[in-house]
Ligand binder design. Structure first.
Ligand SMILES: C[S@@+](CC[C@H](N)C(=O)[O-])C[C@H]1O[C@@H](n2cnc3c(N)ncnc32)[C@H](O)[C@@H]1O
Length: 247
């Protein structure tokens, strides 16, 4: 199942953000390889945007397959990718992929849809993983997003001067909502809805999919009083954390 909003939101987000500058993903790529903890011959990237992270990884990984929902991003990726990246247009809920991978990554974006959707995706990940492989998945932390409820800000006043975003939180369903709009044309707005999971909750969901969490890597946190981002945060306070899972 694919949530109806995902197509509209990510297409709009891509239009507003445009291309990342050269070198933007270098640090993230090195971090992923360090967390994988061994040489990577084959990698699957889910929700691969325009392929820019895969390209940053492609000189250190033998073969990469990417899956992305938005056609425009897939076309951009195909126009720039080197030969060792295969780009697949489709949804990670129902795409057919015949290979098995050493490493599977889903960086920023896990939580689209219901718990059953996440379970389905985790089961797919298990199916695509080699027996000694691992997956790295970013998960939104509910405690952080509760504090963000009602916060409004410009995304990037220099590069996107008129684009604003508002965070809200559904306290019943533990869903963070992220609405973007153009301040000169409020009709141009769209929202993403991501289910947040505590470390215990995601651990249990992974168990149901036949996966074991072997590591938690917290990302940074935004301080909404000072509106400053801190690169390091605890697992409880971070905006999102990365889990490492194995079969
Ligand atoms: C928040 S963005 C993150 C992009 C990229 N991984 C990054 O870290 O910059 C989520 C990405 O997942 C893609 N996506 C969302 N639902 C998807 C689905 N069902 N199948 C494949 N890709 C999907 C979106 O189009 C978008 O490119």
């Amino acid at each position: 199942m694919e949530s109806n909003w995902a197509n509209d939101f990510y297409k709009m987000q891509y239009k507003f953000i445009g291309n990342y500058p050269e070198g933007y993903h270098t640090k993230a790529a090195n971090e992923i390889l360090e967390q994988a903890g061994k040489p990577v011959e084959s990698m699957l990237e889910l929700g691969a945007w325009d392929g820019s992270l895969a390209r940053a990884l492609s000189n250190q990984v033998g073969q990469i397959t990417t899956v992305e929902l938005i056609k425009e991003m897939v076309e951009k990726a195909k126009s720039l990718n080197p030969d060792n990246i295969e780009t697949v247009h489709g949804s990670f809920y129902d795409v057919t992929i015949k290979h098995k991978f050493d490493v599977i990554i889903y960086i920023d974006g896990f939580g689209v849809g219901t718990d059953d959707d996440q379970l389905k995706l985790l089961k797919n990940i298990k199916h695509w993983l080699k027996d000694d492989g691992c997956a790295l998945i970013d998960v939104y932390q509910p405690e952080h997003w509760k504090k963000a409820d009602g916060v409004e800000m410009y995304l990037n006043r220099r590069d996107m001067p008129h684009i604003k975003r508002r965070y809200s939180y559904d306290f019943e369903a533990d869903i963070m909502m992220d609405t973007w709009w153009h301040e000169k044309d409020e009709k141009l707005n769209s929202t993403q809805y991501l289910k947040c999971y505590t470390p215990d909750e995601i651990h249990n969901l992974c168990r149901r999919a036949g996966l074991n969490v072997t590591g938690y890597f917290p990302h940074g946190a935004m301080d909404y009083e000072s509106m400053k981002y801190h690169e390091h945060a605890s697992l409880k306070e971070c905006l999102s954390y990365r889990i490492k899972v194995v079969k």
